[in-house]
Design a protein around this ligand. Structure first.
Ligand SMILES: Nc1ncnc2c1ncn2[C@@H]1O[C@H](COP(=O)(O)OP(=O)(O)OP(=O)(O)O)[C@@H](O)[C@H]1O
Ligand SMILES: [Mg+2]
Length: 204
């Protein structure tokens, strides 16, 4: 499908609706720091390999790994991709959950419902990878819940093409140092790695 200016405006309008109204409503700002990413994500959400004319489009077969400093708009953009995909694309949309909630579930029950047999059939998004407790201890055994999650989700992507998305404050080097080489390698294979930038924390 060809990506039109109307598609991009609709994407921006959806993002605007997701901004909390508490501080007065100013809409979703598109500037030099995020305009290329917004265009690419619009194309991606439509399932189109044709992004903007000049830049490299995202690979729709892969998931998204949106990383960057605090308040650069990562979570809002992933939420927008989720809604836009549901509205305009035949591709599967996804639910989003905090990585810390996944870690809590593993601590409490021993398993994550997103990496069990049923969970692995669906596309999902993890918010704030790296901000969960990296290691937890359950019945004397130490586990790294999100490291296990990454490996399980990589398996379902390889086998069945089910996509997994992430937002994170951390780049792949940090992932390698804190989860391991295996996890960083799997993430870079199964995701489009996208850095989000902004002049300042957009919350302020
Ligand atoms: N493009 C934008 N235009 C206007 N406001 C924005 C924009 N992006 C983000 N914001 C504002 O910044 C807030 C934080 O955005 P978001 O939660 O997406 O950031 P984040 O990158 O996920 O931050 P964190 O790293 O803390 O998770 C939003 O609630 C909104 O108020
Ligand atoms: Mg966030």
């Amino acid at each position: 499908m060809e990506v039109t200016e109307e598609h991009v405006s609709t994407f921006i309008a959806i993002a605007g609706e997701l901004i909390p109204k508490v501080r007065g409503y100013s809409g979703f700002v598109v500037d030099n720091f995020n305009q290329d990413v917004v265009r690419k994500l619009t194309a991606y959400s439509l399932g189109s390999m044709k992004g903007s004319d000049t830049t490299q489009p995202l690979d729709v077969v892969k998931g998204l790994y949106l990383y960057g400093r605090v308040g650069t708009g990562k979570t809002i953009l992933l939420e927008t991709v989720k809604l836009f995909t549901a509205l305009y694309s035949t591709l599967d949309t996804f639910r989003i959950r905090e990585a810390s909630a996944v870690a809590r579930e593993v601590l409490e029950t021993g398993v994550s419902s997103w990496s069990d047999q049923q969970g692995l059939t669906k596309s999902v998004g993890y918010d704030d990878l790296g901000n969960e407790p990296l290691k937890i201890v359950r019945y004397g055994t130490q586990v790294m819940p999100m490291a296990m999650e990454i490996c399980a989700r990589y398996g379902t992507w390889q086998k069945n093409g089910v996509r997994t998305h992430f937002t994170s404050n951390f780049d792949l080097k940090w992932i390698e140092e804190n989860y391991g080489k295996r996890e960083a390698s799997r993430l870079s294979d199964m995701c489009n790695i996208i850095e989000l930038k902004s002049e300042r924390d957009r919350r302020k």
